[in-house]
Each structure stands twice: as C-alpha cells, then as structure tokens.
Design a protein around this ligand. Structure first.
Ligand code: ADP
Length: 632
C-alpha cells in the first residue's frame, strides 16, 4: 500500500468546495455519472480504432444506495484506470483542476447564475461525502487499484481484487448530507440530470408485466392471466433521445411523444416543432416546440432545457436563446456554450451570439415553411403563436426582416392577410386623400362593436389586433412603411377615419353650429372635447372617440418601453363627435325648454358612452333608471 500527500497549496480543499457550491451539492451525482459515461464512451472509441482489444458488450452504469452503511456506489463498465493512472488523473489532474477552478471563479461566483452548473468533476464527490473510495480495473491487463481519501490531502492507494473492467466509486455520505441516501432523492436527481444520458443508467429493479402465452388465442376470462410479473433492471434514462437523431428518422408522432417524455405533466400537444442541427461553426442540436400559449400555468414551469452532450445543465437559457423564444419549450444541446462565465460574459461571447442568431434564423425559416406548406393550418394556429412572433419582430431585427413572409393580420371576420396582401386588398377603398393607406383595426370585437359595424357598412376591412404589445408593433410597422397608417376604429367618426375628398353638406349654418356647440358644452363634462361634424343623417348622432395618437402613446408607455415619457399616467382623452345632420342635433338646437334640452344631451351622451363601454357604476344605474322612466 502507498500513502501520499496530494500536492495542493490549500491545506484542505474540501471544506472550500463544500462551502463554495453550497446550493448545488446535488450536482455530485451528475458529475460522477458523467465520468462513468465518458469512461464508457472512451472505451468504445478505443475499441473502434483497434486500440483496445476487449468486448464492449452492453455496458451500463449502476447507482446503488447502501442505507445502513451510509454509502452510495456509482459503478461503470468503462475503460477503468491502472494504479498509475489513478495517481496521475485523480491525484494530479483532478486535484489541480479543482484548485484551479476555485481560484479562478470564487470571486465571480456571486454574479453568475450558471456557474454552479459548471462541474468540479470528480471532486464534487466531497460535497456530500466524508470519505471517497475508488476501486478500478483498467481494460489493460493490469491489477485493479483501490484509492481512498477522507478529504484531507492524504490518500492511500493499494491493489484491489476487482476482476471486472470498470470503476466503482464509493461515497461515504457525510452526516450533513444523509438526505442523499433516500431513494426518492436520488431518483429525483437522476430524472433531472441524467434522463437522456447516452449510457443506460440502472437504479434498482422494477417489476414488469410480460406476456406469457405469446401468439396463442386467449379466452376473454383468461385475459388477466396472460401477463406474468418479472423483476427487471430499472433503467432511468433514454440513451437515444429524439434530438440526437436525424429529422428524417422521426415522424410527427415521435416528436410529440418526445415532448411528453420531456414534460410528463404537460397534457396538451405542442403546435409544432423545430429540429435544430448544426455542426459548423459551432455544434448544436435540439428540438424546440411551440406550445399552445393559453392561460396555462405550466408555461412558467416547463422551460427550454440546456444540455451538453446529453447531460442536463440548466433550464435557464437566458442569453443563449433569444429572449422572445424563451416562451418556447424543448431542449438544446451544445458543448460550445461556455458555462464557466457569468450571464453578462455569456451575452458578450461570440459563439453564444452566433448560436442565438442561428436559432432565430431557424425559427423564422420553419415558420415560413409551415406557412407555405399549409396556410390554413398556420392561420388556425395564429392566435396561439402570435405573441411570440410579434415580440420577436419587436426585439430581433433579424427576425423582423424575415417575418414579413409569414406574419398575419387577421380581420374581425377571421380572414388572414400578410402585410403585402393587406396593402393590395385595401388600396382601392382605404387610401385617403393624401395617398396614405389607412389600416383600420379593433382591439376588442365586443367593446368596439358599433364602430366596427359602421366601418364595415362603408365597405372597410377591420383588423382584430388584440395583443398587449400591438401598439409597439404598429408603431414599428408604420415607421418602416411610410405609406401606411394604422387607425383604431373608435379613434374618430367613420368619415374621419379615412379622409376622402367628398364633403357631406351640412344642414346647419355656421351660426346654428355655434349655438348648438354652446348649448352642448353647458351640459357635457370637460373631459370630453366636443367636435361637430356634418355626417350622414342616418349615422349615430353622438359618438365618443379616442384619438389614435394619444391612446397609442399611452398604451405604449403602459406596456413598457417606447411611447412618450410619462404618458402612461395621463388621463384618458375622449372626443365627443356630434353629427350636426342628425335629427337629434336639430332637436337639441331647436328646443326652447332648457330642462328638456339638458335631458336630451345627457341621455345621448350616456348612449354614446354605453357603446364605447364607458358607462359604469352610478352613472349606469342612473341611466337605466332614467330610461325606464321614459318608457313607462
Ligand atoms: P474531468 O472529467 O473534467 O477530466 P474529473 O475530475 O472528473 O475531471 O476526472 C479527472 C480524470 O479522472 C478524468 O479525466 C479521467 O481520466 C479520470 N476518471 C474520473 N472518473 C473516471 C471513471 N469513472 N473511469 C475512468 N476514469 C475516470
């Protein structure tokens, strides 16, 4: 037996490791299983190049809990190590690696969310163990070795009698980490970190029902007896997850079932998937899913998961995936994402920027393909995906450039146009006298019903644009299309929405208009600015409108960014449009009885408020009461 002292400058590195990654103690298991996986894959490689002349077989990695002995065993059938290799790789490489890691990152640890995911490798075992043993037998014809270390820099190394190839790591769990001896704890960790690792991982056994009388006819009463229970290895992972395969090997159903495998608690199918697969200039694979974005709380919980070579790293992909796509689900797997840097470092990293741009481009290309292949289906899904796309147009210029090809503008009657189609469709009837194309839209079909109807009577198309960020997007589209302006249907009376040259003749003289205006202003609250318009005599006599510009700016500053500073707190501004050609206007003007005049004005104002959904509370109660009085 040899004993020795590991050459490190810190007298005792282990308390430091423990303290340093306190919240991430659990990663020890992932690290040790990763080492076992690497050892197995290395052996496979050596065999394939003729370097190792042994049978590969069907190696697995086994995790065993010894509750009484307070031990966890991690056993692999990989290439193993000779005593010399243990000396070299464990005592020197791993130790210096751990030391270097601590030196380098202990200061930046606080500002980084991802740093805890960076493996300390083998030495992370000491985060939960007070003593660690390695019993290992190399694939080479050399005796097995047994290494023991209790956390101080002293270790022992002696021969062992292990005859089978591979490495067994034995963790003597420390008193403060006994929770890791619970089956449920370990199986939770395996499920989180190792679910898709490439070598099968066994954790205990399970009972499985197998068919007994294969191929025989079974009478209905015997159905319960055709299965027999057997004890089989409990393999906790899927070593060949969908993202590691070629898209051509996978059917739609395969993608859906992988989604369920990723998110077992998610019962709704995804709308569609995007398979990512690139190996130059960086390596990245993955599958992204567009979920149905409903009022589903699951959205927050099931996030895109980041893997490196099938090892789970994190579900915080901020900085790696463009922000607008963080609402998607799925996995990305890339060994090229540096994990030992802070978030801000990540954003500045050239490779990461390239990855993020690649993802944006792939998503845009996929959307375009879906749109071209099956437009009806794309339209049917529009409501569920629009928020992601609209947000993408606002936040990523590269996406915005491509979005014209598939972003849709639905009408209140569910006809969908691209911007180009819309321009073509509207140009004859909705170009105003200055040559601007006026796109009318509503934000809410019910609340703006009467305005929508009036516009439709004129033969106008009315879009339904109801996303919370729509005012920002409209602003951007107008900025890039100088000949287009968006106007909400309730922002003015219909003749003013799209100003044309035709003038309706006014029934009232200018003098009469003045008198009417004075009478109206006597009864109408200051919050409304009265605007007299000579309109069709059949049009509504009183209409409340909300000027487009003010309303949009206000919405923009309320939903963050853009808009004008401080506009979010401005009171709502309304115009009261009075149709001077209506009978009611004439009536108000000609009434001698002041009480009656007031009555008419107030009732008409309330009706106008009602159709803009503004009549509420006490005012509504009074209105209803007054109206009943009038018909009794
Ligand atoms: P890393 O895996 O990042 O190289 P580790 O500290 O985890 O660092 O391990 C150090 C070295 O010890 C590995 O590079 C490998 O050569 C060796 N090693 C660790 N675990 C095993 C194992 N299960 N089988 C064979 N070799 C191993």
């Amino acid at each position: 037996m040899t004993t020795g002292k590991i050459n490190v400058s810190v007298e005792n590195i282990f308390p430091l490791i423990k303290k340093f990654l306190y919240s991430d103690h659990e990663i020890f298991l992932r690290e040790l299983i990763s080492n076992g996986t690497d050892a197995t894959l290395k052996l496979k490689h050596l065999i394939s190049i003729g370097e190792a002349k042994v049978e590969f077989g069907n190696p697995i990695i086994e995790i065993k809990i010894d509750k009484e002995g307070k031990k966890i065993h991690i056993i692999d059938q990989g290439l193993g190590m000779t005593a010399d290799e243990v000396e070299k790789y464990i005592n020197q490489v791993a130790f210096s690696g751990a030391e270097e890691f601590l030196d380098k990152y202990k200061d930046s640890a606080k500002d980084s969310g991802i740093i805890g995911h960076f493996g300390l490798g083998f030495y992370s075992a000491f985060m939960v163990a007070e003593k660690v043993e390695i019993i290992t037998k190399s694939y080479k014809d050399e005796p097995a070795a047994h290494w023991t270390c209790d956390g101080s820099p002293e270790f022992t190394l002696e021969p062992a009698d292990k005859t089978s190839r591979g490495t067994e790591i034995i963790l003597h769990i420390a008193e403060d980490s006994l929770e890791f001896l619970e089956d449920s704890k370990i199986s939770g960790l395996l499920n989180k970190y190792n679910k898709f690792m490439p070598i099968p991982i066994k954790f205990g056994t399970k009972k499985e029902k197998i068919e007994q009388k294969k191929g025989e006819e079974v009478a209905p009463e015997d159905v319960d007896n055709i299965f027999t229970e057997v004890e089989v290895d409990n393999i906790i992972n899927n070593p060949n997850p969908a993202w590691t395969k070629q898209p051509t090997e996978l059917s739609d159903e395969d993608y859906k079932s992988f989604y369920r495998e990723l998110y077992p608690m998610q019962f709704e199918d995804p709308l569609f998937h995007i398979h990512l697969n690139v190996d130059y200039p960086f390596n990245l694979t993955g599958i992204l899913y567009f979920p149905k974005l409903g009022s589903d709380m699951q959205i927050q919980k099931d996030k895109i998961q980041l893997y490196q070579n099938q090892v789970y790293v994190t579900d915080n992909v901020e900085g790696i995936v463009p922000e607008f796509l963080t609402m998607l689900k799925g996995v990305i797997d890339s060994p090229d994402i540096p994990l030992n840097v802070s978030r801000s470092g990540l954003q500045a990293d050239g490779a990461v920027k390239k990855i993020s741009n690649y993802i944006t481009r792939k998503v845009a290309d996929k959307l375009k393909a879906l749109f071209n292949e099956n437009r009806a289906d794309f339209e049917a899904k529009w409501n569920d995906i629009k928020i992601v796309l609209e947000y993408g147009m606002l936040s990523e210029d590269k996406f915005y450039e491509k979005a014209g090809a598939f972003v849709l503008y639905p009408t209140v009657d569910d006809t969908y146009f691209t911007l180009e189609e819309l321009k073509e469709k509207l140009k004859d009837n909705q170009t105003d006298k200055d040559g601007k194309l006026v796109v009318l839209y509503a934000g809410n079909k019910d609340a703006q019903h009467s305005y929508i109807e009036t516009a439709k009577e004129k033969g106008y198309e009315v879009l339904l644009l109801d996303s919370p960020i729509i005012s920002h997007l409209i602003q951007k589209i107008e900025g890039d299309n100088k000949d287009v302006t968006f106007v909400r249907v309730d922002s003015d009376h219909v003749d003013n929405l799209i100003k044309k040259d035709e003038n309706t003749i006014s029934k009232l003289s200018d003098e009469e208009k003045e008198i009417l205006k004075t009478s109206l202003e006597a009864y109408i609250p200051k919050a409304y600015s009265v605007q007299l318009e000579a309109m069709d005599s059949q049009a509504a006599p009183f209409i409340i409108t909300q000027p487009e510009f003010m309303r949009r700016m206000k919405e923009m500053s309320q939903s963050g960014g853009g808009g004008m500073f401080g506009m979010g707190n401005m009171p709502e501004m309304y115009n009261l449009v009075v149709n001077t050609n209506s009978d009611l206007a004439t009536n108000i003007l000609n009434t001698e009885d002041k009480t009656h005049q007031e009555h008419l004005v107030k009732q008409a104002l309330d009706l106008a408020k009602l159709s803009q959904n503004l009549l509420k509370g006490e005012a509504l109660t009074a209105f209803v009461k007054r109206s009943f009085e009038m018909i009794k």
